[in-house]
Design a protein around this ligand. Structure first.
Ligand SMILES: *Cc1c(COP(=O)(O)O)cnc(C)c1O
Length: 452
């Protein structure tokens, strides 16, 4: 059960199918165009959508809004230093600001950034400085159905080859958990081996640690050597194997806004500090208010609570198991922050060119007011200017992201029941065609129509 009870409540909109048909058509069948009032259960993102604890709210009241050297900064730094062990800690307004600052200081045009999988903003920030983002996930990541415990790992053979090859590698970035790769965890053995290779070749090894606590939890559950260690111990060890991290506190900081850049190298840190002051804010607040910093500090303490992590992981697995029983498969084994539904298997009559994942995501909205994100050809495929699919994505998935401490098991049961209803007559689900297909940031800006 949830190791907390509810003290503040917020009503959720209950709507009819008829209403949803109307507003979704007006939204161009793009869930990013829906408003909060049209959504009953919002599984679009686990980013900045969590519930604050009473202690975080109290910490927020203690927030010190002094411009430089605020007490909130020292409290934030103490927690961040203890957790990560890095010498230079910089708050930023969210994860992508840390990415932009670090990559501007660290990467040269033409250099290569290697990763188990770059998150989309991470890739964009690598490319914006003229470097090349190359993903080298482990081979096990390609099999959606196997129960391999660490499908988030980086391919160590490919990593060693790339590091010894002709390319100028500017950094190795390990994403924990691997968000782009189905939210799968990275083992400590893999982090250790990648760290060793980077040291040998003199290449900076950076963690993209948005879900550091969820990764640590899965390590305690799946990696024998760590089964008796606390998630906090595992997380501390992971940070200490790297030279620094970029971190979106909107995930495992359990706050609505916040991020962090942390580094050991004093020269690199100096350059980053300059960029930070020029674009985010002075080094003791980095674009956050004092109350944000205090709530982040408290969130970073709460997030490694094993009772919280266990319940969160079990709730996600519960949703995946209910869906599976109803005939809807998802990427195995289930991670913590999301369930990735296998839309291609449920809707074989909707080809990738009719956006299989988007078809299932749309039906979840129409049938139950549930909003979620397609991770398939609409998002990752190659599409021409007329909106036709040229190269499909490797998989047609739908991500049900679970906000932290927000929905109860009964909300998840409702999601499972809605899915079960769709799985009874999957052939009724229509495909979609793009009517507006902007070249950049397509998923956020496109419009579509149904094809029956
Ligand atoms: C969310 C996320 C980011 C970017 O963080 P923002 O706070 O959204 O800017 C980077 N990497 C990963 C893995 C993420 O999940």
């Amino acid at each position: 059960m949830e190791p907390y009870r509810i003290k503040v409540v917020e009503p959720i909109p209950i709507t009819t199918r008829e209403y949803r048909e109307r507003v979704y058509a007006a939204a161009g069948y793009n869930q990013f165009n829906l408003t909060a009032d049209d959504v009953t259960i919002d599984l679009l993102s686990d980013s900045g959508t969590g519930a604050l604890s009473a202690e975080q709210q109290a910490a927020g009241m203690r927030g010190d809004e002094t411009y430089a050297g605020a007490r909130s900064w020292f409290r934030f730094r103490e927690v961040a230093e203890d957790l990560t062990g890095y010498r230079h800690i910089y708050p930023v307004h969210q994860g992508r600001a840390a990415e932009r600052i670090l990559f501007t200081a660290l990467l040269e045009p033409g250099q290569v950034s290697l990763s188990n999988t770059h998150f989309d903003t991470t890739r964009a920030n690598v490319e914006l400085v003229g470097a090349v983002a190359r993903d080298i996930p482990c081979p096990a990541a390609k099999d959606l159905d196997s129960d391999e415990p660490f499908k988030g790992d980086i391919d160590l053979v490919a990593l060693e080859e790339a590091l010894s090859g002709p390319d100028d590698v500017g950094q190795v970035l390990m994403t924990i958990t691997n968000n782009g790769g189905g939210g799968q965890p990275v083992s400590m053995a893999n982090i250790k081996a990648a760290s060793k290779l980077c040291r040998k070749h003199g290449v900076p090894f950076i963690l993209d640690a948005a879900r550091f606590a969820e990764n640590a939890w899965l390590v305690t559950q799946r990696e024998k050597k760590y089964q008796d260690r606390s998630p906090r111990d595992v997380a501390k060890k992971a940070f200490r194997l790297a030279d620094g991290c970029v971190l979106s506190l909107k995930k495992d900081g359990i706050v609505h806004i916040g991020g962090m850049l942390a580094l050991n190298d004093p020269d690199l840190a100096k350059q980053c500090e300059l960029l930070l002051i020029a674009t985010e804010g002075f080094r003791t607040y980095g674009g956050l208010s004092g109350r944000d910093l205090d709530m982040c500090a408290q969130g970073l303490v709460e997030v490694t609570d094993p009772l919280y992590l266990r319940e969160r992981a079990e709730a996600t697995a519960y949703l995946a198991d209910c869906a599976r029983e109803a005939g809807v498969d998802s990427v195995r084994p289930t991670g913590v922050h999301a369930v990735y539904l296998n839309a291609a298997r449920l809707l074989p009559h909707v080809p990738p060119s009719r956006f299989t994942g988007h078809a299932l995501a749309s039906e979840l909205y129409l049938a139950g007011g549930i909003r979620c994100a397609e991770v398939g050809s609409l998002y990752l495929g190659e599409i021409d200017s007329s909106g036709e699919l040229v190269t499909p994505a490797p998989f047609e998935l739908v991500r049900l992201a679970i906000p932290r401490r927000v929905y109860t098991r009964s909300h998840l049961e409702y999601v499972a029941e809605t899915l079960a209803g769709i799985a009874k007559n999957p052939e009724k689900v229509p495909g979609y065609r793009l009517t507006e297909a902007p070249a950049m940031l397509r998923p956020f800006r496109c419009r579509l129509e149904q094809v029956r």
